[in-house]
Design a protein. Sequence first.
Length: 247
Amino acid sequence: MSGHSKWETTKRQKEATDKKRSALFSRLARNITVSARENGGNIETNFNLRMFIEKAKDANMPKDKIERAIKKGIGELKGEIIEKILYEAIGPGNIFFVIESLTDNKNRAVSEIRHIFSKYNGSLVSKNSVMWQFKRKGVIKIKNYESKIKNLDLDIEEFELNLIDYEAEDIKKDGKDLIVYTKEKELQKIKEKIEKNNLKIEDAGIEFLPKETKKVTGQKEIEKVRNIFDALNECEDVNNFYTNVIL
């Protein structure tokens, strides 16, 4: 007989889901707070704040948590001081990582991130050791792109030509999705022009894109890399991470 019950398995799965949801809400709240602190609490004039509030609503983050995060940012509520820190790391198979942290405790953050990498045969490295392998770009993702275009009675070819006219640097199909790449300073303008076509954008933001990618094929190395992904996703001090790996 099995040494555990179906309930115990379900409970562990739910705990993992709850843990990921908690990490996501903490991550979004910190982004909202920092955006409000840097550029004010008005979503009409603060593009980054508006983007993170949209993401929070899409994730079903409670309204009171969103409002509290804004108030902390503009100083109406006391709260911890959130710091932005970039870490660089090399993982198994000599793959590169850039880890973006938003944390109220940088000692805890670096300790947890270092532990994640050392556990799976990787290590944190000094500044600019791997950063030169990445470039900052605006990235806009439209899910189920062709279906949305057809439902809106838009011409696909004409829309894609319009994206170039909007000064998008590149567009790529990813299965049923479309990814639009922009210069960092052009992200807001291009996002707003796409939305004027009534197209729902799944995600938009500034990302670190690898200049070259590396494929990992060994099963043990693939498993270690996936474990690093999972651990970073669950770490509340990690806001985002980027890598050059292809699994």
